[in-house]
Design a protein around this ligand. Structure first.
Ligand SMILES: Cc1cc2nc3c(=O)[nH]c(=O)nc-3n(C[C@H](O)[C@H](O)[C@H](O)COP(=O)(O)O)c2cc1C
Length: 204
């Protein structure tokens, strides 16, 4: 099973990327045969969407085709965003303009937000209520809010970590296990023959 991890911060060496790396490591260590694939939007540095995406401009084909191929082969996603001014990041919103149901449709998405303080709930709400209409990504009812992120997940091993760190590590493992089960379940939906994006390319 392949899980795409989208790190939504466009800051270099971001906390979101730290969380993404940690989760990718856990996916491998947990022995559930999950192969993570990481997309760091700071490294990808996609241009802002323009009409050339829809008209199939060569520039966009070059940028997006290799990403689309990777995303299409994923069975589910982790969508990570920091809270910036109470919002999800512009790079993540841009990602949801570039991506389509061909890559994300009817696949589970685990929302993960990070905050250096006690925030993180606003982007959960924002991601949960946007971005899915046309892409048809299916967000899990479970999500993760990683508060005080700078103090957490800084070491790989889980001995000698604070109770808060221990708690979030357990919660991350739980969310990954759930995501894997949703990925198995939603494959049946995609394989059912009932998905019709030709007739209904966009959600209502
Ligand atoms: C432009 C900007 C706005 C921010 N606004 C908030 C906010 O509204 N709430 C919050 O909890 N943290 C806020 N923070 C702090 C971030 O939670 C913190 O910097 C976080 O680690 C950034 O994640 P990143 O390293 O993945 O970019 C903000 C940070 C930046 C750079």
């Amino acid at each position: 099973m392949k899980i795409g991890i989208i790190s939504g911060s466009h800051r270099k060496k971001s906390q979101s990327r730290k969380v993404a790396d940690f989760m990718a490591g856990r996916m491998i260590q947990m022995g559930q045969e999950i192969k993570p694939w990481l997309l760091d939007l700071a490294e990808a540095n996609f241009p802002m969407w323009d009409e050339g995406v829809w008209s199939g401009e060569e520039k966009w084909k070059k940028i997006w085709s290799p990403i689309a191929q990777e995303l299409s082969s994923c069975d589910g996603f982790v969508v990570i965003s920091p809270e910036w001014s109470g919002m999800a990041t512009p790079a993540l919103k841009n990602f949801f303009l570039l991506a389509s149901s061909r890559e994300l449709g009817h696949k589970p998405g685990l929302i993960v937000t990070v905050s250096s303080g006690m925030g993180g709930s606003f982007p959960v709400n924002e991601i949960r209520t946007s971005g899915y209409k046309n892409t048809r990504i299916c967000y899990l009812p479970e999500h993760l809010v990683i508060r005080n992120v700078e103090k957490l997940l800084n070491v790989v091993h889980d001995t000698d970590v604070t109770p808060d760190d221990q708690y979030i590590r357990g919660r991350i493992d739980y969310a990954i296990r759930l995501l894997a089960e949703y990925a198995k379940g939603l494959k049946m939906v995609r394989d059912s023959g009932q998905v019709d994006h030709k007739t209904y390319p966009n959600g209502m």
